[in-house]
Design a protein around this ligand. Structure first.
Ligand code: FES
Ligand SMILES: [Fe+2]
Length: 322
């Protein structure tokens, strides 16, 4: 497994921060500053090369990021262009900030180390064949590992308990037999899963049998595509997680819908309600890291999460796992 800085991780919504602003971000355990000049967003180590102050405490002025301590100014490409205490001094390249690559994908800004490529499995995962209207929901800061959050997204046996009245019901808690399949990249998924939902989607008023398709997209993201009954519009949920430590992460959901009348506010508030039900249970799980080598027991209903764990082990992804 390659070094962590080769992974592309989402840091923020694509429009955050706005032009002329900066803010702190994290890529695994590396503190970063994310800021936006007229040319677009830029990501640096959140550490001034002069005396190590946090650049995210500074300000953006005239398309330069200015350090809060002695006011050194950095251009979009990381070059130090001004040392105010020494007028006329031309800073050499060694005075520059350490830069990261940044791209926009799926309504989010993603960053990776300067030498990272955008090849699988490190690149932002592609989304194919989903409804065109997209709504981003989040961020959610969660006090547990990213793989715990991904596994929870793949787990249907909790619906009747954690999401009673929304995604599940106590009189429909049985998990029907389902098959796990692996795609061309080896990622586990469940092509067909049928579930009863008392309120299947943000737009539904009543219960319905729902056809699900699950696909793990990367160690840190997964897709749920649902067709809510014969007349219901196609709806998909994509979970993106971004580790901020071994036992903490930030998460977003992309909601994709074919409903031409979908209201972004309603979609967001439904997803916030659902995740507010998940979060306390998720944060209560011990250990916070996802056990890949025993320590927890499985039932037949857990074969998808067991396949996710096995796949993480096979590809050697161990961050946030124990
Ligand atoms: S620490 Fe940044 S300018 Fe001195
Ligand atoms: Fe849940």
């Amino acid at each position: 497994m390659s070094a962590l800085h080769d992974w592309w991780l989402p840091l923020s919504a694509a429009d955050d921060p706005g032009t002329g602003r900066c803010r702190p971000a994290r890529h695994f355990e590396t503190a970063l500053v994310l800021w936006r000049a007229t040319e677009g967003p830029a990501v640096f180590d959140d550490r001034c090369p002069h005396r190590g102050a946090s650049l995210s405490l500074g300000r953006v002025h005239d398309d330069r990021l200015e350090c809060p301590y002695h006011g050194w100014r950095f251009a979009h490409d990381g070059r130090c262009v001004e040392v105010p205490a020494v007028p006329g001094f031309q800073p050499p390249s060694g005075h520059g900030a350490r830069t990261w690559q940044v791209i926009e994908r799926h309504g989010l800004l993603w960053a990776a180390g300067a030498s990272a490529s955008d090849a699988e499995p490190f690149a932002p995962p592609a989304l194919a064949g989903l409804p065109k209207t997209r709504v981003l929901c989040g961020p959610f800061d969660v006090a547990t590992s990213a793989p715990r959050v991904v596994e929870n997204f793949l787990d249907t046996a909790h619906f009747g308990f954690v999401h009673e009245g929304f995604l599940g019901a106590r009189d429909h808690v049985e998990v029907p037999a389902y098959e796990v399949a692996h795609d061309a990249l080896g990622r586990p998924g469940v092509p067909h899963y049928r579930a009863w939902q008392p309120r299947a989607a943000s737009a539904s008023a009543g219960g319905a049998w729902v056809d699900y398709r699950y696909q793990v997209l990367s160690p840190l993201s997964a897709l749920l595509h649902k067709q809510a009954g014969a007349d219901g519009p196609d709806e998909a949920y994509v979970l993106w997680t971004s580790p901020t430590g071994r036992e903490s992460c930030r998460a977003w959901f992309t909601i994709a819908t074919a409903d031409p009348h979908a209201d972004a506010g309603v979609l967001r508030s439904f997803q916030q309600t659902i995740f507010a039900q998940d979060q306390p249970v998720l944060e209560s799980q011990r250990p916070r890291e996802l056990p890949l080598s025993g320590g927890e027991v499985h039932s037949a209903a857990d074969r998808f999460s067991a396949a996710y764990r096995r796949w993480l082990r096979d590809i050697g992804f161990s961050y946030g796992c124990c």
